[in-house]
Design a protein around this ligand. Structure first.
Ligand code: C2E
Ligand code: MG
Ligand code: MG
Ligand code: MG
Length: 286
């Protein structure tokens, strides 16, 4: 009897696994199609200069308007795309769309940050993708920043080589989710990056020790002449703490939610309206 029950369980598990694999296969097939079918959309989250309070740029964040599924957040499909070279096509689409959008807005004093997956940074085509996005959009390279994560630069020797080529084009490189990786502070000295973006898990300023850790990270970045962006700022207290720690810039729901293209345009159209939108900007779903 035990044996039969055991076998039954294996079958149930098999079915569950099959369903899971089927769903993933559907997702990958639909995503491949989504890029050509123009189902991907970018939202733009303001990055604020903490000394002036002005918006200095936007981070482009991809969403998928998947038929029958609503607006799908990136963490539900980026990992699937990262299992194949599909991620390079997706990242290239985002690069083209974000640079074209920024050039069309004509905000010459603002930058746009684009997230690029580790797999794409290790692929030589990243350099051509960035070059062609800049050429086609006419955007100044100084207005583009690429966000990469910590693990990629240490796991693959080709990545730093590509990043150096990109910086030679005049594009900035931001180390995203800083603090969540696991290499030594000393290696910061040698990384081909221009800015550190501190992960939001370090923004908890509630206890003395977590504040000390945040301050230590900012001080370390400054020791290497790297400006800092703090991400995930949700309260006025965090803004005050970051200002006291001489953090240059910040991003988070308190300063501005990711906005649709028309929301960014509405803010730009009304002078002075950017301030009043803080913390209460209409939230496009996810
Ligand atoms: P990330 O690059 O670290 O982006 C920041 C994420 O934090 C965004 O989530 C943003 O909406 C969210 N966020 C911003 N402010 C706050 C806040 O105050 N509180 C909280 N709780 N969250 C905040 P999102 O848009 O869901 O993106 C998740 C991740 O997906 C991104 O993390 C990035 O790693 C990846 N991603 C997004 N767009 C792209 C893309 O175009 N290409 C690639 N390769 N990855 C992307
Ligand atoms: Mg990012
Ligand atoms: Mg981040
Ligand atoms: Mg993060």
């Amino acid at each position: 009897r035990a044996k039969r029950a055991g076998r039954g369980r294996v079958e149930v598990f098999d079915d569950a696994l099959r369903t899971e694999l089927d769903l993933r296969a559907d997702l990958e097939r639909d995503l491949r199609h989504a890029i050509d079918a123009d189902e991907l959309v970018l939202h733009y989250q303001p990055v604020v200069d903490l000394s002036s309070g002005a918006v200095q740029g936007y981070e482009a964040l991809v969403r998928w308007q998947r038929p029958g599924h609503g607006l799908v957040p990136p963490l539900e499909f980026i990992p699937v795309a990262e299992e194949s070279s599909l991620i390079c096509e997706l990242d290239a689409w985002v690069l083209h769309r974000a640079t074209a959008q920024m050039a069309a807005w004509g905000h010459h004093d603002r930058t746009v940050s684009v997230n690029v997956s580790g797999r794409h940074v290790s692929d030589p085509r990243i350099v051509d993708d960035v070059r062609s996005a800049l050429a086609r959009s006419g955007l100044s390279p100084a207005q583009l920043a690429l966000e990469i994560t910590e693990t990629v630069v240490i796991e693959d020797l080709r990545a730093p080589h590509h990043l150096r080529q990109l910086r030679e084009l005049g594009v900035a490189v931001t180390l995203d989710d800083f603090g969540t990786g696991y290499h030594s502070l000393a290696s910061l000295r040698d990384l081909p990056v221009d800015t550190l973006k501190i992960d939001r898990s370090f923004l908890d300023t509630g206890t003395r020790s977590s504040r000390a850790l945040l301050e230590l990270m900012i001080t370390a970045a400054h020791a290497f002449d790297l400006p800092v962006v703090a991400e995930g700022v949700e309260t006025p207290d965090q803004v005050a703490a970051l200002r006291a720690m001489r953090c240059e810039s910040a991003q988070g729901f308190h300063l501005g939610r990711p906005l649709t293209v028309s929301q960014v345009e509405a803010l730009a159209a009304g002078p002075g309206q950017e301030r009043s939108s803080r913390g209460s900007a209409p939230a496009p779903a996810a």
